[in-house]
Design a protein around this ligand. Structure first.
Ligand code: URA
Length: 485
């Protein structure tokens, strides 16, 4: 049995030299006892181990495929003491079968591949988890800052990874200390040592800042514990300043997510911005009533007394002469009135115009307005579907109706439909009970109640429609008579 003692710190050269002379002399794998300094040297004298190496006698040169070199460079870094023997066995068998490495199911090949993978992973983790801490105060004599890092690799990867750090952190002096040796860079030389290092105390005041930052950017809703553990095994974590925060953050994640969901921001209502903007610009209501119809219309143009203004295109104020004897009051502007800014110009307006014309009433001579001055609707696709104003909206808008009445002082007010009736009287009477009757409001003012023209438009039965149309015409004839009285 030939004993071979190696440093075993990830350098392929020492194993390759030994393997070359052993294989060249025809020493079979089972006749070699591979030993590692530090781990096994105490049992055997170093001299004894090396003296037993034969010098190569074979005239046939040893050859291996390039893939074996790449594999061996990784496997030699593994911390498993059996790696020397494994590599030698592969080398031995490759002499008889050069395609051996292609046989993934071969036990030796599979084992070597696993070791290679483990070394690569460890090397990757080193690039990800090495954190340099500045040591000394400020810039040194050579004008460079000095940094120290501590890392605990599984395998002998320091020499393998050191060139990466040299390239990446070329402009600073650094030392990476590990229990498996160290690497140091001073801008000129990369020094490697196999001496195990003691863990330095690298805590500093910036740690607390970093911990606070880490705790704040942690998003419990995106927590994936399994992925986190796979990417950051505990052995790497434990040297990071935030490590002891993580178990607590994971434990609290679920309740934090529930809390976040409760406090989730909601979309602002579509009219929100316009509501805010309008409220900033325009006083809620004029402090002193305007003296003219034109001034009143202008003031109503900026009305924000209720939310309806925010979705509507504009205020649709009443129109007609200020000295009109009759005031017609409808419900609220419709889609076309909202766009035109004038009352009763859409389909209901057409019915109204036709019937009052038949009754001999000149639209130009009467004042036409609505109980509510903004169009209330529900968007449905590209259409805006009319919605009846509620009592709150009617009450808010009564402010304007009252000012219109005060300015025009009509002797007759015609309420068309239930909304107009509700706006003009507090009495909760059914429209059908008082329809077609002249009701005195005061000594000089009369109220006449009839249906809304759009009611006629909604009737689908032709006979009923004709009947109701005739009734509406009769109502308008009565209005004509009351106007003349
Ligand atoms: N319906 C109303 O009540 N008023 C209008 O201006 C139009 C339709």
């Amino acid at each position: 049995m030939i004993r071979v003692l190696l440093e075993g710190r990830g350098a392929l050269g020492e194993w390759r030299d030994a393997a070359r002379s052993l294989a060249g002399s025809g020493v079979a794998p089972e006749d070699i006892d591979w030993r590692e300094k530090g781990r096994d040297a105490d049992l055997f004298g170093e001299a004894e181990a090396h003296s037993s190496l034969p010098s190569a006698v074979s005239s046939k040169p040893l050859t291996v495929p390039p893939a074996f070199i790449a594999l061996a460079e990784a496997v030699i870094c593994h911390s498993d003491p059996m790696r020397f023997l494994l590599l030698y066995r592969l080398l031995w068998r490759l002499q008889a079968d050069r395609t051996l490495l292609d046989v993934a199911s071969d036990e030796d090949v599979a084992r070597a591949r696993m070791m290679e993978k483990s070394v690569r992973r460890d090397a990757h983790k080193m690039t990800a988890f090495v954190r340099f801490k500045e040591v000394g105060s400020g810039i040194s004599l050579n004008g460079r800052r000095k940094f120290l890092a501590w890392f605990e690799p599984d395998h002998h990867i320091v020499a393998r990874k050191a060139p990466f750090f040299q390239k990446r952190f070329n402009d600073m002096d650094w030392v990476i200390a590990t229990p498996k040796g160290s690497a140091a860079w001073d801008g000129e030389t990369l020094k490697l040592s196999n001496e195990a290092c003691e863990k330095p105390d690298l805590t500093d005041p910036a740690d607390q800042l970093w911990r606070t930052y880490y705790a704040n950017i942690f998003n419990p809703a995106r927590l994936k514990v399994k992925a986190m553990q796979a990417e950051m095994p505990k052995k790497y974590w434990k040297n990071l300043p935030e490590a002891d925060l993580i178990p607590g953050m994971i434990a609290a994640a679920e309740s934090k997510v529930l809390d976040m969901a409760k406090r989730q921001a909601s979309e602002p209502l579509p009219f929100h911005d316009r509501l805010q903007e309008a409220a900033r610009k325009v006083p809620a209501a004029p402090r002193s009533p305007a003296g003219t119809l034109a001034a009143l219309r202008e003031e109503a143009g900026g009305c924000t007394r209720c939310p309806l203004h925010s979705k509507a295109t504009q205020t649709v104020f009443g129109e007609g002469p200020q000295d009109a004897q009759v005031m017609f009051v409808g419900e609220q502007p419709g889609d076309q009135e909202d766009l035109a800014g004038r009352p009763f110009v859409g389909p209901a307006g057409k019915v109204f115009d036709k019937v009052i014309g038949e009754a001999g009433i000149d639209r130009q001579a009467v004042y036409v307005t609505n109980a509510v001055k903004h169009f209330k609707y529900e968007p449905r696709g590209k259409r805006r579907i009319h919605q009846r104003p509620n009592m709150g909206e009617v009450t808010h808008c009564r402010w304007w109706v009252k000012l219109e009445i005060d300015l025009i002082r009509p002797k007759l007010i015609v309420a068309m439909g239930a909304t107009a009736l509700a706006s003009l009287t507090d009495a909760r009477q059914k429209l059908s009970d008082i329809r077609g009757r002249a009701i005195p409001l005061s000594e000089e003012r009369t109220l006449f109640v009839t249906v809304h023209p759009s009611y006629l438009l909604r009737i689908s039965d032709e006979r009923l429609k004709a009947k109701e149309m005739a009734r509406f015409r009769d109502d308008m004839m009565q209005v004509r008579t009351l106007m003349a009285a």
